[in-house]
Design a protein around this ligand. Structure first.
Ligand code: G6P
Length: 615
């Protein structure tokens, strides 16, 4: 099983008395952070009787139903809501983690890059580990230092000195039960300043019901909270944080979206980060092993539903046209057609952001029974489809809350393009140099997507104003741009309820064009350089019927095609492999802004569910 590196998860900590049981307050705080992860949850409190830990796999409410968080109380406490990266979701891997003595409990968000090395050293010194997580080393390191006689704060400083990677940590030590120790490097951590209590959290909404006075901690800072004080150090020197207190005027609800009006917009905007994390989490040796297996497979099947299916179509396009392989993509609900074709030596690539879509799961099971190997591509570590598959590749987009998939789609494209290029390298469809160029380009994706968001949003909003009063639209393209047009149309349908239909541009003459009249919107994605002239012809055909044409095109084609459309959305230049990702951005934004202008809530489209578990 491959584990992607990543950093989401939510942590909280509280010291002092807040007029309710600490367990109840911590649970409420965690619920406000559930958007950061929800596969496991846990709480620890400490008082005069030592540390009590309650934790398990499942959503906060499910874990609470088993362990009754609300009954816990003490002088201070910590909590965690998890999004698995190292170690599958399980009771053992849920945070908080404790040391050998049970006198230390820790919650962590981030990745301890050198945890294997530290774990080996600690085990050699007799420490016993219970979980597969990177986090547990923190509790044992701290234990070692306090056992050696160091004061707790110095032990914390020495502990973090040993850590490489990213972390926001909250830690309880039973000998100093009124304190919550903390440290920050890269992963976010904020303090909530109260009267007679103080909070700590990954994000402000966690404690906004208790206090709106906030201090943002900086990298390298560590210290502790008590009911009446906050002590911060960096490299052994005290840091004065009093003048860093800010008063926040957001509602807890809007703060959960980091100030964005909807999760969909937040998730569109966080794609640079999601892509960066996905790239960082991709083990290229493993990709190469899979690429070879795909190139050597008798036949390659690709299955998925909804947005994931469109990512599957891109993979199909690349495996056929670039790698020269015998690949077939199909909607997972239609898997029965292929049953007789499946034989040993085949590979099925099952793509599902949730890892739970029932149709994709059924296809996975049937294909496996018939001897095919299955590679699952998912955003949720250890979800059902990856668990039942032979190989797993994970996008590292973090939890997606908006029902319409956005960041999980572009991160799927990133992984699948790398995989297809590798298969092409093994099949002889692509040389080493060209392969390196694709990888270099994919590495640029986060920056180019960032530029795209900045450059296109105002223009897209203007066009959304026109689309908001329409009832129909076509999305046309050719070649590798077609699945992207299909995804754009799906987004528009899903959130803005505009009937949008995608078609191969060349096919549009065979039917769809009958509907086109004055001001009929037609969106073109100009992706594939091989098709520029015929595509221009298709635009002209639409223009001749009075259509309102919108061209999404890379800047290098502006001179040739800039004038043929009614509206142009220009994106940065890139090869078609990367343009699929880049062009998805204006299409997502177009659907989002059209939905909002039409007065709909894009986060909760009617009749749709994020994860469909019925056939
Ligand atoms: C539902 C969601 C879509 C998603 C599809 C497949 O229809 O509303 O956004 O693309 O399921 O989900 P999966 O988790 O398998 O990728």
């Amino acid at each position: 099983m491959r584990q992607a590196g990543g950093l989401v998860c939510g942590i909280v900590g509280v010291a002092g008395s807040i007029g309710e049981r600490l367990g109840s307050a911590l649970k409420k705080c965690l619920e406000r952070l559930e958007y950061r992860g929800y596969d496991s949850a846990g709480i620890a409190v400490t008082g005069t009787g030592g540390i009590t830990v309650r934790k398990g796999k499942g959503k906060i409410n499910e874990v609470d139903a088993r362990f009754n968080f609300t009954a816990l109380d003490g002088l201070s406490g910590i909590g965690h809501t998890r999004w698995a990266t190292h170690g599958k979701p399980s009771d053992e891997n849920a945070h908080p983690h404790v040391d050998c003595t049970g006198e230390v409990a820790v919650v962590h968000n981030g990745i301890i890059a050198n945890y294997r090395e530290l774990k080996e050293q600690l085990m050699a010194r007799g420490h016993r580990f219970i979980s597969d997580t990177d986090t547990e080393v923190i509790a044992h390191l701290f234990e070692d230092y306090v056992k050696a006689g160091l004061p707790a704060l110095v032990a914390l400083r020495e502990t973090i000195r040993r850590l490489k990677g990213s972390y926001a940590i909250a830690l309880l030590y039973s000998h100093e039960p009124d304190k919550v120790f903390f440290a920050r490097n890269v992963s976010p951590l904020v303090i909530g300043v109260g009267e007679g209590f103080n909070f700590l959290a990954s994000d402000i909404p966690a404690f906004l019901n208790y206090t709106n006075r906030v201090i943002t901690l900086h990298d390298g800072e560590y210290g502790y909270l008590t009911p009446s004080g906050i002590y911060v150090e960096r490299n052994g020197e005290p840091v004065n944080v009093e003048d860093r207190v800010r008063v926040i005027n957001w509602s807890p609800e809007s703060a959960g979206k980091e100030g964005y009006p909807h999760f969909m917009l937040k998730e569109i905007h966080e794609q640079p980060r999601a892509l960066r994390e996905t790239w960082a989490g991709l083990d290229m040796d493993y990709v190469s092993k899979l690429g070879k297996a795909i190139a050597e497979a008798r036949r390659v099947f690709i299955t998925a539903s909804g947005t994931s299916y469109h990512a599957g179509l891109i993979l199909d396009y690349l495996l056929v046209s670039l790698a020269g392989l015998d690949a077939h993509a199909f909607n997972s609900s239609e898997y029965r057609k292929y049953i007789k074709l499946v034989k040993e030596g085949d590979i099925l690539i099952a793509i599902s952001q949730s890892g739970e879509t029932i149709d994709t799961l059924m296809a996975t099971r049937v294909f496996r029974e018939r001897g095919a190997k299955v590679l699952a591509v998912s955003n949720v570590v250890d979800s059902t489809i990856p668990r039942e598959s032979d190989y797993q590749l994970y996008t590292n987009a973090g939890p997606e809350i908006g029902v319409a998939a956005t960041k999980t789609f572009t991160t799927q494209l990133m992984i699948l393009t790398a995989l297809a290029a590798n298969a092409a390298l093994h099949s002889g469809g692509m040389g080493k140099e060209a392969y390196s160029l694709v990888l270099n380009e994919l590495e640029q994706a986060p920056d180019l997507v960032n530029t795209t968001i900045i450059n296109v949003e105002a223009r897209v909003r203007h066009i959304a104003g026109k689309l908001a009063v329409k009832t129909n639209a076509y999305y046309l393209s050719r070649g590798i741009g077609l699945p992207i047009a299909m995804e754009g149309a799906l987004k528009m349908k899903e959130v803005a309820y505009v009937h949008a239909e995608a078609y191969p541009a060349g096919e549009s003459k065979h039917g769809p064009i009958a509907l086109v009249n004055q001001e009929f919107p037609v969106v073109f994605t100009v992706t594939d350089d091989d098709y520029l002239d015929p595509l221009e012809g298709n635009v002209m055909e639409m223009t001749a019927r009075g259509a309102y044409t919108i061209g999404i095109l890379p800047s290098r084609h502006y001179a040739k095609l800039g004038k043929v459309f009614t509206e142009v959305i220009q994106t940065p230049d890139a090869s078609p492999y990367l343009l699929t990702i880049i062009q998805s951005i204006p299409l997502q934004l177009l659907a989002y802004h059209t939905a909002v202008l039409r007065g709909y809530d894009p986060d909760k489209p009617r009749n749709l569910a994020k994860t469909v578990t019925v056939e």
